[in-house]
Design a protein around this ligand. Structure first.
Ligand code: SF4
Length: 453
């Protein structure tokens, strides 16, 4: 459990010397409890108290890093069970499995397919993070060869899956692979000592698996004693219900009880033979509470919705996703190009942008600052009115970009037309209510009326 202000106060010198910039030790303690102060700001605190406070203030779920540099995947360090209480900080990693028993041609084909699993959504690229190479062959040379091939054909992070410490050591020695910090998977009650030794020697995170949470907690403590702190837990439940309960218990033990042996991120390997069942399970574990999900089958129709769900779950629910409010150019615009406005809510903006692009009519889109709210929400909250739009047009110097004075407005706020015309002096053309109507609107209505006189 997190320490209260009073618990912290008991560990401070209680001299009220003010060197920390606070009037009293109690005030400092209260700020520490709210994470608004740093323990180092008190120069007189004893080493012992510092250690006690440091251990107590460590995150309840350890942050684990797989890979290095900009592409590293960080999982763990979550503070809440429910997204609406705060937010989830580290998006779950999504990976796919590759067997080292695949015939060469099939392996090449799968690698090509995996490389294509990248998508643009609301202005962001969403993509896979990991490939798990499975040592199904049981042969260490085959495993090392396939790991090498996968590492050289993809820039995804690697999970090396083998129960053999020998096979793992050989794969890690391939072209300095260990320095890229793949996840070594996995340690169990039988092999944890050599696996932990290897993880420590190579400075790689270690996957730990068990079908018993008690055994898993015991294992992580033993592995920590061997010098490995970065672990990822795989609870192997009996069926999806048990797996979900296991993931939930791990998260609850970490957050509600501050139970350090299970205060680690989790990983789940999907094995369902039914591709529909598999993706439903994956989405379930994404919600509660897998930190990494490894798919067995990965058709485009499976991966896209899963990555979309991840993108939604890991946004801050208290902050709408926004684009920069400004004038955007879509295509090779000219002074005759149409000008449309919409709001700076990402989903709205990118829906409009996608449809304008599809129309193949180069256009200007003015994203008006409505604090990331959609057209109707902004209008009903008075964040979108004629003055706001006129100001946005002035700021973006729209009048200097085009030689006509015609503004296409969202059909949902047709009611603004008269006031907007008075405020701007522009002719107002009421566009479609839905973004999907824009291509035909631009090709017909704009073509007929807009671009002429
Ligand atoms: S510097 Fe330390 S001892 Fe002094 S008031 Fe702040 S917390 Fe208390």
């Amino acid at each position: 459990m997190a320490l209260t202000g009073l618990d912290i106060y008991k560990l401070l010198p209680k001299t009220n010397c003010k060197k920390c910039g606070r009037p009293t030790c109690l005030a400092f303690a209260m700020q520490l409890a709210q994470k608004k102060a740093n323990i180092d700001e008190c120069p007189d605190i004893s080493e012992q108290s510092k250690q006690t406070l440091g251990a107590a203030s460590a995150p309840p779920i350890k942050l684990v890093t797989i890979g290095t540099g900009d592409r590293a995947l960080k999982v763990g360090e979550e503070n809440v069970l429910f997204r609406h209480d705060e937010k989830f900080y580290h998006p779950a990693g999504v990976g796919v499995s590759l067997s080292d028993s695949l015939p060469e041609g099939e392996l090449d084909k799968k690698l090509e397919e995996i490389a294509k699993l990248r998508f643009q959504r609301v202005g962001t690229e969403i993509a896979l993070d990991l490939v798990a190479v499975q040592n199904d062959s049981g042969n260490k040379d085959t495993f090392a060869r396939v790991v090498q091939k996968v590492a050289s054909h993809t820039n995804l992070l690697l999970i090396l899956v083998s129960q053999s410490q020998e096979a793992m050591a050989q794969a890690l020695s391939v072209n300095g692979l260990a320095s890229k910090r793949p996840l070594i998977y996995g340690a169990n009650s039988q092999n944890y000592e050599p696996m932990a030794k290897l993880a420590k020697e190579k400075n790689c995170p270690l996957g730990v698996y068990s079908s018993s949470l008690e055994e898993m907690a015991d294992l992580t403590e033993k592995i920590k004693a061997l010098g490995v702190n970065e672990m990822v837990l795989d609870y192997r439940g009996k069926g999806s219900k048990d797996a979900l309960q296991g993931l939930t218990k791990i998260r609850r033990c970490a957050l509600r009880k501050n139970f350090r042996p299970l205060g680690l991120p989790t990983i789940t390997f999907l094995k369902d033979q039914d591709p529909y069942g598999e993706i439903v399970q994956a989405a379930t574990y994404l919600c509660k509470y897998a930190s990494i999900i490894v798919l067995n089958s990965y058709e485009l129709w499976q991966v896209l919705p899963l990555l979309t769900a991840r993108q939604n779950i890991y946004t801050d629910p208290q902050k709408p996703v926004q684009v920069q409010p400004k004038l955007y150019e879509v295509g090779q615009v000219t002074p005759d190009s149409p000008v449309l406005f919409t709001t700076n809510f990402s989903l709205t903006y990118y829906s409009v942008e996608g449809e304008v692009e599809a129309s193949r009519i180069p256009s200007y889109i003015l994203a008006v600052n409505t604090e990331g709210t959609s057209v109707l929400t902004a209008y009903s909250g008075d964040k979108l009115n004629e003055k706001v739009v006129a100001k946005a047009m002035n700021n973006a110097t729209v009048a200097e970009k085009v030689k006509h004075k015609k503004l296409i407005i969202p059909g949902l706020v047709a009611v603004m037309s008269a006031k907007l015309k008075d405020e701007t002096g522009w002719e107002i053309l009421v566009g479609p209510k839905e973004a999907s109507g824009l291509p035909s609107y631009l090709k017909t209505t704009w073509d007929r009326h807009g671009k002429k006189g």
